[in-house]
Design a protein around this ligand. Sequence first.
Ligand code: DP6
Length: 357
Amino acid sequence: MEQRFIFKNRKPRLDVFHTVWQAPSNIALIKYWGKTAPQLPKNASLSFTLSDAFTQTAVTFKPLKTPTETVSFRIVFEGEEKPSFRPKLETFFEQIVLYQSFLLHYTLEISSHNTFPHSSGIASSASSMAALAACLMDLEAQLSPMSEDLKKEKTSFLARLGSGSASRSIQGPMMAWGAHEAIPHSSDLVAVGVDAIHPVFQSYCDTILLVDKGQKQVSSTLGHQLMHNHPYAEQRFAQANRQLKNLVPVLQSGDLDAFIPIVEKEALDLHAMMMTSDPYFILMQPNTLHIIQAIWSFRTKTNIPVCFTLDAGANVHVLYPKNVAKEVMAFIESDLLSFCENRQCVHDRVGVGIKKA
Ligand code: DP6
């Protein structure tokens, strides 16, 4: 138990409290893949916080006459009650009630929607858990006033217990999660902001190419588990930490020639772990590879510093600095959209983190 995150005020507020928060998705440059209980990462990870791909969550906390044993809630997603979302949320509440005992004095009406297309294959657990954690922390701050810094820190802490990558959606432009010598104050418990980022990265663009909008055949949760008996796991964790160490000075200097190979290698290392686990699996699709090849040829031909990364799916994140956005968007339109389902993509960029709506 993390003592400093335990809610201590014993008097729950009794009136109805309603709050609405937005939290963005994030895209990892150094990937988190492998964890131990309670949701602690096997290596440090680092991501760009996104802007337009976000979840908006409203929570109405209604006081109860007698406290319950487990957190009482209803979940509505995009206008519909979602029983299928309950197990993940029940597990989340079981974990966090130790830190927010006041939740047992309320029933929660949670209503949530995403700005990105439904079933787009864009990871929604990061933005949805971060948005919910922000709502819960808003009530906690009413019950027991705290500094903004502590509030953000505990938001990341709670979000992490819901989904590891959600810990990194709280602030922008970049966050790192997992104790690492190159990141001051870094921790396995919460994500921290990465300081002194070169201006080029503060307005970086990410176009998400929707190659496969279907349900993934293998969930991230299972993928993380398969790292337990993975023959290359220890080398992978050490390598991710090394790549993060190499990336930090590059983020400060803005050296894009050094940035690109680290980022692309991380994406391929992540997928190499999937292909070599037992059972093995492949989340890339033929069109994922077509896109990667097209990005490489375009970069060689034009010298424009565009690169790709992948998360746990077939979609491709195309990363590029803002000053070449016009040329890259024209290239995406002419050469890449044909590899996407219904030519769909989401143009996003680096953002600032959670916001009260
Ligand atoms: C490939 O955070 O979705 O996107 O902690 O089980 O909810 P859980 O997993 P999740 O894993 C994200 C994996 C990744 C890499 C990353 O975002 O770092």
